[in-house]
Design a protein around this ligand. Structure first.
Ligand SMILES: *[C@@H]1O[C@H](CO)[C@@H](O)[C@H](O)[C@H]1NC(C)=O
Ligand SMILES: *[C@@H]1O[C@H](CO)[C@@H](O)[C@H](O)[C@H]1NC(C)=O
Ligand SMILES: *[C@@H]1O[C@H](CO)[C@@H](O)[C@H](O)[C@H]1NC(C)=O
Ligand SMILES: *[C@@H]1O[C@H](CO)[C@@H](O)[C@H](O)[C@H]1NC(C)=O
Ligand SMILES: *[C@@H]1O[C@H](CO)[C@@H](O)[C@H](O)[C@H]1NC(C)=O
Length: 947
């Protein structure tokens, strides 16, 4: 959680545009001043309130006459632009009518040219660049000569790297992110690359073979490459842009109207437009013909990106360190482009089966009795429930790897009791290691043998300040030191204290939840602040949260001059959560050999999904957050996190009854489903929001939707396997399955789980009708089997409070299992399959089976994969294609449900044996066939005939 509740809500007024009233101070004419102030205010409000996609579309028309005709590259992105300051930079002052557009613009001649010839290399091209003009804008070393290399990495991926000539700069180490080229030279590339020498500008132009669409090009002015300011603008093929994170985006398809988004990991409530916990400098662009590319800027330094609208859609990157290192993934379908990206950065970690269950957590359990009460009432209510979590209050004075033996006496026994009931326990863990001598001594009394701080000093694992002393800042425990997880020795240290906690403290946790790892500090920089260096106060500061205070980089985190194994904190700041995830993941594997580790992290970088899962951070118990959560989760799916979810019912503030109900109907379909509450302002705690805390009606409404989740877990688990093995997304936007239907390109109030389940949640107060779009396909209501008869259009779905909208797409076979209140029990129950027929009366599907908890079962030959396939209507075959895992003997398919048959079959034959007519029945529009005999892991055929 975050330290100050009110900070998170008040900070939404963070300013992000440069064309604000101040810039007109230099103007002489008073009337111009007045107009500009109004324009400035409009800009201010407009840029701070991102309008939803549909609303934006309506507004667009009226703006048409204002559209600009060339890319405008801002030459004065910091405050205080004026005609004078602009011309002093050699730039052009040109007032713009369009809201948010820059007024101080680079001339054509600003940038770099290619020197000499372009060299063809074994797998690409390279060239030398020299700078056209030598005036520097933000001081520091400016690089006159650059080297550009284009590497054809695979047939659908290429890398464009631009570095200063003869200067070694910080680059992301391969231990953090290792994207390597294929061994063989790709020969059927999907791209053509041209290097343009200029003048006026050098350019890298990447075109898509076949359509000749320019996917990526840099032949635009303003390129700058200096020690602490790197700027480049790239042209986009269209303004259908998705991704970049982590932010609280209000729409899935970006608003291109001069929005600025900054990227730098940061502990801040997930509400406003600020940079949040993770750093994901990656986007997907959808060309107007539906082909897609993904572009990653592999860079960990603080940056901002500015979006420029049609008719010249473009992105300006302003980065304050590292190098320019782009990876371009060519798709061509959006699903393929994202899959190629995920395969390159690391496919998502495979979660244990139990983690797909329902989780309960809160910050602000008063004591152990409070937690016990919640556990008891949830069980008593019969709510499906696998995992109880402990937030920071269980610790002794918030010291990591201890528990408070006074208020939390009996915690080991609670964990035992959960285990006895086949449930799991997860604890929160913060990186900050308590460093207050008085409390260290008390902690050693509470937890004999505990000396984590002194041990860390001895092992030399803490981050040091510029004077080579352990940096001390403050988090929940008060004074804290920060382990340097980029140092190999830290993993030993971490593992040692994990074992201490597990064995000496007897808290037999099943997983670790790592929080506050942006890293967060409650004092800026350190307890002594930071030195006045150009790392802590860079010449150009991207619009990151907290920097508006004197342009400092270290607000809410550590000094940028502090040192880590992978580099200066300035460079590796946004890798803190990533490195902590890697080491925690590795340490868990070593602590519990053979068991699948499961870690959930708040901060992340490109590729963290390979090591940890993710939740959306400290949201609020407010209605609009439900919509935003869909956007955030769909984005993190693209970033390679298969399993993520937002706190159901919201974290900050008190949840209300109807919202909490609706949120369960939504959250039951998040890949990760956890109800997590915040604490409230001391001493007033927010009231409990676990389902049983409300009333019987609440339980009666929530139970069926959670039971539906549990029933569909075999499908969800199979999606997790597809994500882990092949880099597919689990929860995703509709456009990934229906890219030919442009209506889907902006949909972010509905989402898919895999290819086959469509969720259309109620997201508004008092809502009883959900306007849901159904692309062309056969769609069936999950509960009734009723088909949506007209598709390619929006339907008004009647959705009273006790109803949720779940539709199945024809053409898919969905495996399911009788639900129970834990996954341990449900995994033993009989299974069923839903056969949802497409327009040709066919369907296919897959089922992944393993023990649910061993490490890499698929790789280690301990899993079974079953294919459901139909080549002709009326005949389904079930075939194990991998057959190494033998589930308990009674795991049989007992019910076959067919959606999309208009008539009941007069004859059903299973494995050559005709089924009695009494075993064939109709429930709503669903044909049900009852059978006892299909062992899930054996080949079978199911045949039905209708007259
Ligand atoms: C750059 O490197 C090349 C090759 O190593 C060398 O010949 C040249 O003198 C260097 N230039 C500078 C400015 O250091
Ligand atoms: C990066 O990947 C390459 C190719 O797979 C491998 O040889 C190398 O050891 C990897 N480096 C690290 C640090 O993992
Ligand atoms: C793409 O460009 C090539 C070379 O200029 C040309 O031969 C081809 O017809 C173009 N294709 C399309 C679809 O425009
Ligand atoms: C919780 O339930 C257990 C039995 O399941 C019972 O022994 C215990 O007293 C209950 N505790 C509370 C606080 O209700
Ligand atoms: C250390 O902890 C003690 C006991 O809680 C407290 O009184 C003291 O102020 C703390 N010291 C610092 C420097 O925070």
């Amino acid at each position: 959680m975050e330290q100050f509740q009110h900070e998170s809500s008040s900070k939404v007024t963070f300013t992000r545009n440069t064309r604000r009233p101040k810039l007109v101070v230099g103007l002489i004419v008073i009337t111009v001043l007045a107009v500009a102030v109004i324009v400035g205010l409009v800009v201010y409000f407009n840029t701070n309130n991102e309008v939803s996609d549909t609303k934006q579309a309506k507004d667009k028309k009226s703006n048409n006459q204002d559209q600009i005709h060339n890319e405008l590259i801002d030459c004065h992105p910091e405050k205080g632009a004026s005609q004078n300051s602009c011309s002093n930079r050699g730039c052009i002052w040109a007032e713009q009518k369009i809201k948010g557009a820059p007024w101080c613009i680079y001339p054509e001649s600003h940038g770099y040219l290619i020197d000499g010839d372009v060299t063809m290399t074994a797998r690409g091209q390279s060239a030398r660049l020299h700078r056209i003009k030598t005036d520097t804008i933000y001081g520091g070393e400016i690089f006159e000569k650059l080297l550009i290399t284009v590497e054809y990495q695979t047939e659908n991926r290429l890398r464009v790297k631009i570095v200063p000539n003869n200067v070694t700069r910080y680059e992301i180490p391969p231990e953090a992110l290792n994207i390597t080229a294929s061994n063989t030279l790709p020969d059927l590339q999907l791209y053509d690359v041209t290097l343009i020498k200029g003048p006026p500008q050098f350019g890298i132009v990447i075109k898509r073979k076949g359509t000749n669409t320019t996917v990526f090009s840099t032949d635009l002015p303003g390129m700058t490459y200096s020690d602490q300011f790197i700027q480049i603008t790239t042209r986009l093929p269209s303004d259908n842009l998705y991704g970049f994170g982590e932010h609280n985006h209000r729409r899935f398809r970006h608003d291109m109207n001069w929005k600025t988004w900054s990227i730098f990991t940061r502990d801040i409530g997930a509400v406003g437009p600020e940079n949040l916990y993770g750093a994901h400098p990656v986007y997907m662009n959808l060309e107007n013909d539906g082909k897609a590319s993904v572009v990653l800027l592999k860079n960990t330094n603080a940056m901002e990106i500015v979006l420029q609208p049609s008719p010249n859609p473009a992105i300006t990157y302003r980065v304050i360190g590292g190098i320019l290192d782009f990876y371009i993934f060519m798709g061509p379908s959006p699903e393929q482009a994202v899959q190629q990206y995920i395969q390159a950065i690391g496919r998502p970690v495979m979660p244990p089966y139990w983690s797909l269950g329902y989780h309960l957590c809160r910050w602000g359990y008063k004591d152990i009795e409070d937690m016990k009460m919640v556990i008891n009432r949830t069980r008593a209510a019969g709510i499906p429930y696998d995992v109880q979590w402990g937030d920071i209050e269980y610790m002794f004075k918030k010291y990591a790897f201890t528990y408070d033996r006074k208020d939390w006496s009996g915690l080991p026994e609670i964990v035992q009791d959960l285990h006895t009931n086949n449930m799991k326990f997860v604890v929160i863990l913060d990186p900050g290691i308590g460093a207050n001598r008085t409390i260290i001594n008390e902690a050693a009394v509470n937890s004999p043998g505990y000396n984590m701080f002194d041990d860390g000093v001895q092992q030399d694992v803490f981050i040091k300040n510029a004077s080579d002393n352990v940096l001390i800042a403050k988090v929940w425990p008060g004074l804290t030191a920060y382990p340097d997880f980029t140092k190999p020795a830290t993993e030993e240290y971490w593992l040692k204290w994990m074992r201490f906690f597990y064995e000496n403290e007897s808290i037999q946790y099943d997983s670790l939840w790592i929080d506050m790892n942006e890293p967060s500090s409650f004092v800026p920089g350190s307890i002594y602040g930071c030195d006045n260096t150009s790392l802590d106060y860079p010449p150009y500061v991207p619009k990151i949260a907290g920097s508006d205070y004197q342009g400092r980089m270290f607000d809410k985190t550590l000094c940028m001059t502090s040192l880590q194994n992978w580099g200066r904190h300035y460079d590796v700041h946004s890798l803190y959560g990533h490195s902590m995830s890697i080491q925690t993941h590795n340490a868990l594997i070593r602590q519990k050999p053979g068991l699948r580790p499961w870690t959930m992290t708040r901060s992340s970088f490109v590729g963290t999904g390979k090591y940890a899962t993710k939740w959306m951070g400290d949201n609020q118990s407010k209605w609009p957050q439900m919509h935003w959560s869909i956007i955030g989760i769909m984005e993190f799916s693209m970033f390679g996190f298969a399993m993520n979810g937002a706190d159901i019912c919201g974290f900050w503030f008190e949840a209300e009854y109807e919202m909490c109900l609706r949120w369960h109907q939504l959250g039951a379909f998040y890949p990760f489903a956890r109800n997590h509450n915040g604490k409230g302002d001391y001493p007033e705690l927010f009231k409990h929001q676990d389902p049983a805390a409300w009333d019987q009606r609440f339980v009666d409404i929530v139970k069926p939707v959670l039971m539906t989740r549990y029933r569909l877990l075999p499908y969800l688990y199979t999606l997790m396997y597809k994500a882990h093995e092949e880099g597919h997304m689990v929860m995703k936007a509709m456009l990934f399955e229906f890219v030919d239907d442009k209506n889907t390109w902006s949909i972010d109030r509905q989402f898919l789980l895999g290819p086959a389940l469509l969720i259309s949640p109620a997201l508004e107060q008092n809502q009883t009708i959900v306007e849901a779009y159904f692309p062309k396909a056969r769609w069936y209501d999950y509960t009734s089997g009723e088909e949506i008869m007209v598709t390619g259009t929006t339907h008004s779905l009647y959705t009273p409070i006790d109803k949720f909208n779940l539709h199945i797409r024809g053409g898919h076979v969905i495996p399911w299992q009788e639900p129970a209140t834990t996954t341990f029990e449900s995994r033993k129950n009989p299974m069923g399959i839903i056969i949802a027929l497409d327009e040709n009366y066919l369907a296919n599907g897959e089922l992944f089976l393993d023990d649910g908890e061993s490490l890499e079962t698929h790789m280690n030959g301990k899993s079974t994969v079953i294919k459901f396939s139909m080549n002709v209507a009326g005949l389904l075959t079930i075939t194990p294609v991998v057959h190494n895992y033998q589930p308990a003997d009674n795991l049989r398919i007992r019910t076959i449900e067919i959606y999309g048959l208009t008539r009941i079959p007069y004859k059903v034959v299973i494995d050559g044996v005709r089924i009695q007519d009494s075993k064939i029945r109709q429930s709503g529009k669903i044909i049900q066939i009852l059978t006892q005999n299909i062992t899930i892991t054996q080949s079978s055929t199911i045949e039905w005939m209708i007259c």
